[in-house]
Design a protein around this ligand. Sequence first.
Ligand code: NAD
Ligand code: UDP
Length: 337
Amino acid sequence: MGIIYNAQSRVAVAQAPRRILVTGGAGFLGSHLCERLLEAGHHIICVDNFSTGLMRNVRHLSRYNSFSVVNHDIVEPLDIEIDEIYNLASPASPPHYQADPVHTTRTNVIGSLNLLELAESRNARIFQASTSEVYGDPHVHPQVESYWGNVNPFGPRACYDEGKRCAETLFHDFRARRGVEVKIARIFNTYGPRMRPDDGRVVSNFIVQALKGEDITIYGDGTQTRSFCYVDDLIEGFVRLMGTDPSFSGPVNLGNPGEFTIAELAEQVVEITGSRSRIVNRPLPVDDPRQRRPDITLAERVLGWRPRVPLSEGLKDTILYFERVLAQSVREREEVA
Ligand code: NAD
Ligand code: UDP
C-alpha cells in the first residue's frame, strides 16, 4: 500500500498504488518526485525528452520494477493508461528556456493541452508545475496568489512566463468546463542535489564557481532578492497538494518565505565552501525581477505545509552533491586522457 498525506487531517493515510505519469521526470525536481512516489509504492512512468534532463538522475530508480522511462516530447500527444499526472516538463533555467523560446512556449501550451486531454480521457487528476514567474517583476510583495502579476509579453523571459500563464488558463478551463481535477503549484526558486552543473541558475552557478575557484558572477549589483526552497521541502508540498480534496485546485504558492539578496547568497556560498573565488559583477539580464518572496498563508492553511530546511543547511547538502559530481567528471576526463 502506498502512503499519501491527507491534507485536511494532516495525517498519512494508506492508499492503493496508482499508475502515475511524471513528465519531466528525469529533470532536477522530477527525479526527486519519481523517487518519492516510488518509495510510497506507486507505479511511475517517467516521460522526458532529455533536453535538460539526465538519465543519471533516474538510473538508480531502475531497481524498482514499478519504474519505467519513456523518451517522448510532450508537444506530441501520448496515450497511456494512468491514474494521475504530474506535469513538470519544461526547461526552467533562463539560459535553457531562452535557447529555443518557441519550443518552450510550445511545451508549456501544446504540451499542457495534450496532458489535460489525456487526463480528461482517463479521468485522472493532474498537477501542473507552474511558477512564481507568473508574477513577473512583481509590484505586490510578498506575492499572494490573488496578484495578477507584471509580465512583459514581448521580452526574452516571455516564452516561459507567458507559456506558464497560458498553461494555468488551460488548467482553469479544463476544470471549469470539462470537470478535470486539477492542482496548480506556483513554485518559487528551488535548489538542491541533481541540478546540472551547467544549469545556469544562480545556486548551481555560484556553487560550481566557488568549488572551481572561478569568479562568482553576480548579475547587476546583487541587491535583487529571491527566496530559495530546498528540494525535499518542495516535493513534500507537491504530494500534499495532490492529496487535497477535489474541490481545491490552487493555484497555491510553494516556496520558502526566507528572502535573500543575491549578494547575500554569494557570501553564504563562499563562506560554506571556504572558496577563494572573487565576487564580480556582470550585466543584469533584461527583465530580471527585482524581488521575489512567496506568501505561503494558503499552503499553510490548506496543506498544513511550510518549508523546514534553512538555506544554510540546504546549501551544505547541495555543495556536497556538486563536490561529488565535479570529482566524478575529473575522474572521467582522466580515464579518457
Ligand atoms: P529541469 O530542467 O531540471 O527539468 C525539466 C525536465 O523537463 C527535464 O528533464 C527536461 O528534459 C524535461 N522537458 C523539457 N521539455 C520537455 C518536453 N517538451 N517534453 C518532455 N520533457 C521535457 O527543471 P526543474 O527545475 O526540475 O523544473 C521542473 C518543472 O518545475 C518545470 O516545469 C519548471 O518550470 C518548474 N519550476 C521549477 C522551479 C525551480 O526552481 N526548480 C521553479 C518554478 C517552476
Ligand atoms: N544570477 C546571478 N548570477 C548568476 C545567475 C543568476 O546573479 O550566475 C541572478 C539572476 O540575475 C537573478 C537571480 O540570480 O537575479 C536568480 O536567477 P535564476 O536564473 O536562478 O532564477 P530566476 O531569475 O528565474 O528567478
